[in-house]
Design a protein around this ligand. Structure first.
Ligand code: ATP
Length: 367
């Protein structure tokens, strides 16, 4: 069942058209992540759902009811902000209880719900403390607790983890995912972090300049990006893009990157590309799809060999990123941790051509 619907939603800040016709249908219990670069309009969209920002055109509906004219508190949504927004002079208990007290929920019921939320979030021992006596992660848990006790129909998160250090961010990400699995509320979560988007979302909505560039499950967007922007946004290190000419090569087609490098696509992909023979295109390959052949290995079908000179080596512990120039473009390969080479070494690589893409530079669409 569709729980939250945006229908041709627009937002203007004076002359600036910040949200430009967004349609979205989020199912009951779904975890949707709005992601995109700074300024793409994701916070504005979330604030329009919350009722903190007026909708200039179009409709926002929650549970089948148009809420454009409703105040935030009448929309049955709970929002968690980036800056926690806790009351500094109230205890953790009272911070969590605040919304219930404002609604005149009886004391016994308030106590029960606050303790239940605190238990879920593992902050029961902190209930008597003041916000300044908490760490950043604990404060964020209190802010989430305040949203949980409201028992709202929709949870809205606006970059809730961006003030936390990397390790805590990883921990809280796991907790938010677990929380969603436990209580299963419809959730809209805003972030600019593609890892958060990939790991949390049932569905990613990737925004660019106030419109939806593409939406789908994390793997759909990752494996079948519709545009160069999507291909480059998801994945770290990001996808490599190299200018190429599409040429005929035996029974298939190849991306010619330079006079001496032409990478053949598997024959079953050639049909889709033939209409573009002779054109200048952009060849895209993810760093993890450039691998080292094992000793004596020629490469499996669909893999193409190339030899490059290493410029830069970045070990991360689990993987090693190796940079090199390919047909004049700086390219990264993500290799196994122990495939460490010295700069200046010539190495053989295999490119996975079953997963490489071609992009039309005129439309930026993936072919
Ligand atoms: P960020 O990740 O940087 O928060 P965002 O995708 O959430 O970015 P929004 O905050 O939604 O972006 O802003 C979208 C655009 O609207 C931006 O270009 C921003 O400068 C502009 N904007 C936002 N709020 C206002 C405002 N109150 N007045 C004028 N312009 C605004």
């Amino acid at each position: 069942m569709t729980h939250l619907t945006l229908d041709a939603v627009h937002k203007y800040y004076d002359d600036f058209h910040a949200v430009r016709g967004v349609d979205l249908a989020i199912r009951e219990g779904e975890f949707a992540v709005l992601v995109g670069p700074s300024g793409c309009g994701k916070s504005t969209l979330l604030r329009m759902i919350a009722g903190l920002e007026a909708v200039d055109d179009g409709e926002v509906s929650i549970a089948g009811r148009v809420v454009n004219a409703l105040r935030p508190r009448d929309r049955n949504v709970a929002m968690v902000f980036q800056n926690y927004a806790l009351y500094p002079y109230l205890s953790v208990f009272e911070n969590i209880a605040f919304g219930l007290r404002a609604r005149k929920v009886p004391d016994a019921e308030t106590g029960r719900r606050v303790r239940e939320a605190a238990e879920t979030l593992g902050i029961t021992p902190l209930l008597d403390r003041l916000p300044r006596q908490l760490s950043g992660g604990q404060r964020q848990r209190v802010a989430i607790g305040r949203a949980i006790v409201r028992d709202a129909g929709v949870f809205l998160f606006d970059e809730p983890l961006s003030n936390l250090d990397a390790q805590l961010r990883d921990e809280m990400r796991v907790e938010i995912k677990r929380l969603h699995q436990e209580i299963g509320k419809t959730t809209v979560y805003v972030t600019h972090d593609q890892i958060e988007a990939m790991t949390l979302a049932d569905r990613i909505v990737l925004l660019r300049d106030g419109v939806i560039e593409q939406e789908g499950t994390p793997l759909e967007l990752f494996e079948r990006p519709a545009t160069r922007f999507v291909a480059g946004f998801l994945g770290s290190p990001r996808m490599n893009f190299v200018p190429a000419t599409l040429v005929e090569d035996g029974d298939t087609v190849a991306a010619r990157l330079s006079a001496d490098v032409a990478l053949r696509f598997p024959a079953d992909r050639a049909a889709g590309f033939r209409a573009h023979l002779g054109r200048e295109l952009v060849f895209g390959v993810r760093p993890e799809h450039l691998t080292r052949p094992r000793t004596g290995e020629q490469g499996r079908p669909g893999q193409e060999a190339l030899t490059v000179t290493v410029d830069l080596v970045q070990p991360t512990g689990t993987r090693t990123y190796v940079q090199f120039s390919l047909a004049g473009t700086e390219v990264t390969a993500e290799l196994a941790a122990h495939d460490v080479e010295q700069p200046g070494t010539r190495i053989d690589l295999l490119a996975d051509m079953a997963r490489a893409i071609l992009i039309d530079p005129e439309t930026d669409r993936v072919l």
